[in-house]
Design a protein around this ligand. Structure first.
Ligand code: IMP
Ligand code: MG
Length: 217
C-alpha cells in the first residue's frame, strides 16, 4: 500500500485562493488575540471607588426622591445605552408607580478634519411619543457633557413637558459644556472608572461596583 506523503490540504488543493484566505483568517485571529492580550495586560482594576452597598443605598434614596418629585405625573424614563443599563434597571425597580421606559443610543467622536470639534450622532432614537410627557434622561456618567447636551437637544425636539437629567456619576472637572445634572448619585474626581455599567473597550460593565481603571502600560 502506498504511504501518504503529505497532509492533504483538502479543498485548498483545488482552490489556492481558499488556502490563502484560510492563512489570512488564522493570522487575523492571532493578531486580534495578541492585541486584546496586550490591552488586557496593560489595564487592570484598581481602587474600588464606590462599593456595591454604597450604590444600592444611593439608588434607593434617589428612587425615593424621584417618587416624591414625579408622583401623580406621567413620567417617561429614557436610558442612554449602553452605559445606563445596570443603573437604569436597578433604579426603575425602586419606583413605586408605573413609568414608561425608552432608550436612546449616541456616539460622540472627533470630526474628520483637524479643525473640527467632536460631534455626537444619535444612533438609535427613542420610539415612544413623549409629547407633553415629563422626561427623565438616565445616563451612567456626566463627563465632558457633550453626549448629554446633544441628547437633551434631540429630546427637546419631541416637545415633552419637562426634561431632567439623572446620572450615577458626575465628573465635574472634565466638563466642556455647561450642563448640570438634576439628580446625581456620586461626584467623582477626574479618573477613568469602570463597573456598574461603565466600560473600557466594552468590558467591565458587569462589575457590581465602580472602580478606577489602572493603566499599567
Ligand atoms: P461625555 O464626555 O459627557 O459626552 O461622556 C460620554 C460618554 O463617555 C459617557 O456616557 C460614558 O459612556 C463615557 N465615559 C466618560 N467617562 C467615563 C469613565 O470614566 N469611564 C467609562 N466611560 C466613561
Ligand atoms: Mg455612555
Amino acid at each position: 500500500m502506498q504511504k501518504k506523503k503529505s497532509r492533504s490540504r483538502g479543498r485548498f488543493e483545488t482552490c489556492p485562493y481558499a488556502y490563502k484566505r484560510h492563512n489570512y483568517l488564522v493570522f487575523r485571529f492571532f493578531l486580534v488575540f495578541f492585541v486584546s492580550a496586550v490591552n488586557f495586560m496593560n489595564n487592570s482594576i484598581g481602587e474600588v471607588l464606590i462599593t456595591e452597598a454604597e450604590i444600592k443605598q444611593k439608588v434607593s434614596e434617589l428612587a425615593k426622591r424621584l417618587a416624591a418629585d414625579y408622583e401623580h405625573k406621567e413620567l417617561t424614563i429614557i436610558g442612554v445605552l449602553n452605559g445606563s443599563l445596570i443603573f437604569l434597571s436597578d433604579l426603575i425597580r425602586h419606583i413605586p408607580f408605573p413609568v414608561k421606559i425608552d432608550t436612546i443610543r449616541a456616539n460622540t467622536y472627533k470630526g474628520a478634519s483637524a479643525i473640527s470639534k467632536t460631534e455626537t450622532d444619535i444612533i438609535n432614537n427613542i420610539s415612544l411619543n413623549i409629547k407633553d410627557e415629563h422626561v427623565l434622561i438616565v445616563d451612567d456618567i456626566l463627563d465632558t457633557g457633550k453626549t448629554l447636551s446633544r441628547i437633551v437637544q434631540v429630546i427637546r425636539g419631541h416637545n415633552p413637558l419637562s426634561i431632567k437629567i439623572c446620572v450615577l456619576l458626575n465628573k465635574e472637572a472634565r466638563r466642556e459644556i455647561e450642563i448640570v445634572p438634576d439628580y446625581c448619585c456620586f461626584e467623582i474626581e477626574n479618573k477613568f472608572v469602570v463597573g456598574y455599567g461603565l466600560d473600557f473597550d466594552n468590558k467591565y460593565r458587569n462589575l457590581p461596583y465602580v472602580a478606577v481603571l489602572e493603566d499599567n502600560g
